[in-house]
Design a protein around this ligand. Sequence first.
Ligand code: B12
Ligand code: SF4
Length: 636
Amino acid sequence: MPASCPAEAVGCPHRAEQRRDHSSADLNRQAYSWHTALQRARLPRQAKDIPRRSLVFLEGVVKKLRITLVELPATVDGRLEGRPAKDIYSLLRLPARGVPLLEAICRQAGYTDTVTLDPQYNRVPGRLDADDWRRLAETDVLGLSVITRTANQSFELAERVRTLNPRVKIISGGPHPTALPDESLQFGDVVVTHEGDKTLPLVLERLADNLETPDFQDVQGVCYRSAGGEVVYNPDRPYLTTAELSALPFPVYSPRVKKGITHNVVNTSRGCPYECEFCSVIENFGRGFRFLNDDAAVALIRHTIAMNGKPIFFGDDIFAANRARTKRVLERLLSEGVRMPRWFAQVRVEVAQDGELLRLMKRANCATVCIGLESVNEETLKLYHKHSTLEKNRQAIAAFHEVGIRVHGMFVLGSDADTPQTIADTLQFARQARLSTAQFFALTALPGPPLTRRLAEEKRIIAWGDWQYFDAQHAVVCPRRMSPLELQEGIFRISREFYSLSEAFRQLLRGSHRWFNFAIRLQGSFLTRRIERDSEHFVRALERFDGVRAEVAAELDRLVDQGRAALRDFAVGLEDRQARARAYLQHLSGQLETTYARLQLELVPYGHALREMAGKMLEKHVQMLFGQVPPAAAAR
Ligand code: B12
Ligand code: SF4
């Protein structure tokens, strides 16, 4: 309940005793209608265009939205109240990603009743508590920050809040809603695409104007439903410039979060000039590399250190994409006597060619760099557009080790060129290169990037919509040269071996950072087992999927052989071939239907994906046999 009626500043007509009985939601609703009436009565038609700040006498009214921001943690089954899912980062306790900054932006825009719920730091970690639900029941606006892995529980939360609080407006943002706005609009009212820093205050302004039927027509960077129920995709908003990024406020954290986290997260740049095929950064933040200017970066780092002095994880995609700037910032921190806590950053291997930068990073207390090494298979590095080689990767790791910085290596397994041998080679490489820690990701079709469009076209994505598995730890894509089950088991096997107890003790016998490497292997060993246990259900699904896939593949081979034999009998012109191809495809599809029925495909996990995959392969075979199959045939 707000302390006073929000409409008081403009002479709210409600009597004091009535006011005490109002829920804050009612008060806000009355405030809007009062404000709208005032606007209609006193302001020119273009009042909408007058900057809000100049409407000083209305300030107390228009800013009284009750805003609640949430980024949910990942759960094993993608349910709101499911068991917390684990990954290597579970060894750390980190704050939420984008919402602390959005909260600061809302507050700066005058929405002082903005709160971020961070269930990770509740008494039961990961669960919304009674206070959170009370807040959600009364909130005017719910802002959900969503990555793919947390999409399903975010949608569940949206539905539950809507039932509890039917007048709430639900805004979602983040990489997942940006890539699939239609899906998010099934559960919410507005999707803010790409960067939300400038768009969110504008959306709030429209909601403050009229919570029931806001007008988003001219707001760039949003998708919403029109009165007729159509999805409207407004044009994108240009990305923030370096100057605009530098002017953003510092993120806001509650005392509970500040105390609970083990590491602070600091972002000093956005966007990436590279183009790795699987990565969704470009879809979300674009290819233009933009960064906080030196003053702003130093101020943010100083502010963060002053907050709690804890180690810093730089969330920048490529911390040293602009080396000169990184050097300037680090040198300034050192020359100003800032006592940097231990810090971690994501870098590309190219950085290692600059010995001066490496030494500077070490002097500034850099403990670990996270490097997307991606693969030990040269062909895969090319397929991913990584612009690196195995040798370059090796040299980079050695260069970091030489100055005393640990390396966390990240690999993405399951490309079209990878085989089970690649998985084994990856473990060998990680051991030989003496990586302190490593992540062995499964190639994942995150919504958005070019890779996903290609795999979708090739019908090779198998768990679309089961978003909890899109965490890069589960094989949700059918690799070309091994089965998804082989990929999944291979990844689990090498993670288990890399983080084994024997490996932990071996670390004690060699090299630098031996106690750290020992301890992390030990923790990793428990963690990998837990992740495997949590994935049992998915692995069983893959086993069943793989078994049936083999049967469907055998049936396909048989049908294609039949086709080949039939083709020998044809001595016909192209026209006729196409007609025959169409007829033949239909015939084979019919036979496949019988196979599907026999195998009871509708009961097989991801049977629908299997069906699409087989259909696609059949088309390809028939194309090869008969030449170009016209679209009519392909469409069936
Ligand atoms: C740092 C980082 C991490 C850190 C997170 C640290 C932390 N807690 O802050 C760590 C290393 C732990 C991590 C882990 C993972 N990450 Co990560 N991570 C990033 C990275 C590099 C930066 C994120 C960030 O802080 N951005 C800055 C903030 C301000 O941006 P933002 O959250 O996107 O918010 C902006 C907009 O999206 C929008 N917005 C966001 N939410 C909302 C909500 C509302 C209401 C509105 C209006 C707007 C809005 O406005 C914000 C301001 O402009 C991004 C890549 C990137 N550049 O985004 C990947 C990224 C987010 N991660 C990704 C992935 C896949 C993962 C993992 C699943 C796998 C992994 N890498 O291990 C895990 C999952 C962890 C989990 N939560 O379960 C993907 C997500 C893609 C997707 N579609 O899901 C990304 C995009 C990278 C990629 N390669 O594609 N990650
Ligand atoms: S993986 Fe890293 S280098 Fe590649 S596009 Fe994504 S952010 Fe850029």
